[in-house]
Design a protein around this ligand. Sequence first.
Ligand SMILES: Cc1cc2nc3c(=O)[nH]c(=O)nc-3n(C[C@H](O)[C@H](O)[C@H](O)COP(=O)(O)OP(=O)(O)OC[C@H]3O[C@@H](n4cnc5c(N)ncnc54)[C@H](O)[C@@H]3O)c2cc1C
Length: 799
Amino acid sequence: MTLPTHARTVIIGGGVIGCSIAYHLAREGRKDIVVLERSKLTSGTTWHAAGLVRRLRPSATLTKLINYSIELYGELERETSQATGWIQTGSLTLATNEDRMTNIKRQVSLGRAFGLEAHVVDAVRAKELWPLIETDDVIGAVWSPADGRVNPSDVALALSKGARARGVRIFEDTRVTGLRQKGGRISGVEIGDHVIETEEVVIACGLWSREVAALAGAHMPLYACEHFYILTKPLSEIQTLGPGIHLPTLNDQDSHLYARDDVEGLLVGSFEPHAKGLPLDRLPADFSFDLLDEDWDHFMPMMENALRRIPALEKAEVRMLLNGPESFSLDSQFMLGESPEVPGLFLMGGMNSTGIALAGGAGKAMAEWIIEGEPTMELNEADIRRFGPEMNVLGALEARIPEVLGRHYDNPYPGRAMETARGQRRSPIHAGLVAAGARFESRGGWERPVHFGGDDAHLPLTFGVPVWRQQVGREVEACRSGAAILDQSAFGKIMVQGPDACAFLNRLCTAQMDILPGRIAYSQILNMRGGVESDITVQRHGPESYLMIVGAGEVVRDLKRMRETKGGFRVEFTDLTSGYAILGLAGLEARSVLQATSNTQIPDLKRFGFVQIEIGLARGWAGRLSFTGEEGFEIYVPADMGLAAHEALVAAGATHAGLFASGSLRIESGFRAFGHELSPGTTPQEAGLGDFCAFGTGFVGEDALKHHVQERQIISILFNSPNAIPIHDEPIYFDGKAVGQITSAAWSYKFGRSVALALISAPHEQLASQTVIEGFEVEIACTRYPVRASLKPAKEAFA
Ligand SMILES: Cc1cc2nc3c(=O)[nH]c(=O)nc-3n(C[C@H](O)[C@H](O)[C@H](O)COP(=O)(O)OP(=O)(O)OC[C@H]3O[C@@H](n4cnc5c(N)ncnc54)[C@H](O)[C@@H]3O)c2cc1C
């Protein structure tokens, strides 16, 4: 087979991910697909993976993707005659402390809402299921009978066979050396002197993906780590199980371990707390079916944990300490999607050691995205557009990624923050926040204050009542009755200018943008299917000049959509995110405090109006709106005047509040947030924002909304019990049936109980006719809690 000079789609990388994307594209009917593999199929990371596939995950998206993978791996052999090695062994996850028990029970609750079978069992039952383990410290476990394992190479080969049968051409020993663009779009792939012209390129090059993406100037912030497991020679305890009998996969996350039987012996792997990063230049260019050096000094603490949990290992002969490379992402979620920088270039990688489990579902999702031009399911947490170029800094990756591997088995406590690569993006008022005792979390590279009261005021982390509850309560009170500064400088700021600025924004945004200068519009940006792609406010500064304020971390995706929508509109847009500070000032005293800083008289602004002001030594403008739903302003000043404005506000009596306080107030006020209530799969009507849509302006998604049958809606809920502490994603039941999930939750200082917003299916008749209804329950860690529900904001409905 000779290399073609043209192909509709070129997939680079023949690991399990590239093979799955090829298979699913072909299955969806896409023709003229070529896969190019530098060496042989599976020769990168795929061939040596442990092959574990576990369904219970912390998010609905991951659970759905892995569920599909399992279905597929069970069926592929029938279709392709190539075994995948799928064995349904079940999995057993141990807990040796209450927090771990809570965490795994939370996953059980989520899984059950999707119909997954999972049982909470005691230590005695755990030992029956895995007789080789020591259980003296085990307080409980979760038995998930439908989990299993595969042979990773066989999965990739079955997928490639299925793809070939549908016409996909696969070329091994074919290294891509360059990527070509025409008019800013991907146009070709270079293999030495040979060029394949193409409309679409997919990069699925595992740990090499970042470098291959860079050939086109695209950004894929991922980095490799060394990843270890031991393989033992046969053990009599495994041999006596009998032929064809397997142990469940064992997860002992408190000991940082996983284990399974392997050819009559054991495979025991680890996510050790102090992982080893792997600079790419340590791998030879021809690295293929290769491994890294054993490192017993590094693995020994994990070996000691393993010996304690599985005493039979004492007499086992270790066949090898396998050390293989795997790539991880900055936030421990994999990434997929179209490159924001290069249209037509699709990227998938940073699989965080779940590439085998995810390959089926995520490969299908990627294929559908390529064909439809949009994600076809909820993929926000994995969307490549969450990373801007500023996140793709080698120094930050080198610092952060070993921590990501090391914390793979951490409990996802609220308030948990990464400790490495800190201080990458600092607000213009950072120094003032430090002086005020801010506790920061790193979000999208930004240092964001979550609460005040000192850097160690977040410990110990817990799923229960956090130590910061009282402090945040004081901040909430300040946002209501005082004047509290909320640093919102991480919000994206995009200037839109040109003769067609108004017409362009009316095409891009759902709200009417033909507003007077000095006014602000609240709007969404939709996709063609009417799903929400962004939640924004837009200020009109002049006849041809607007400033869009977009969510922190949404700038990349919004700019991409703006470029796609631009067409013939005479308009330019510029990212000014780093150029301005935004200081929220919330509370009944906000006006008097702001006035005290200013020599100019602050007019009696109407809601959603803004005006130029002086604040101490700084000059900027203030808008009358707030992210908390409380009285207040948003103040915008040039970045270099941020601290001057901050100092003036503090001198005038302003205090501080962090994200936990603003989150609690937002949820009480029923304000929707992107990535929570709002997502590409949710329409404005479902989100209760239909009234903000200016039908008739011809906005993107308008046609879809006109024919939209609303099947879901957002509700506010208030828990009856003060002991219920939801976080996110908890399932909600009505009449014993799972009807939806929590999208945001927080402690309400107004009600002394948790409040939440939830997305539920099927509009509920009683909700339409009554302000508050009973009968809903939320399941948190296997306990059902009764809640009251309303279509109105919690602070109105339950007052
Ligand atoms: C020790 C270990 C245990 C693991 N256990 C599990 C597990 O139990 N369960 C699980 O789900 N995951 C596990 N993983 C993770 C899993 O193996 C990976 O996530 C997955 O294999 C990644 O697949 P990939 O296709 O992205 O990468 P790869 O398999 O590395 O494939 C990328 C391919 O791209 C090719 N390539 C690179 N550059 C070029 C170029 N310029 N031109 C052409 N081709 C190129 C490479 O040769 C390679 O074949 C484990 C990983 C390790 C290291």
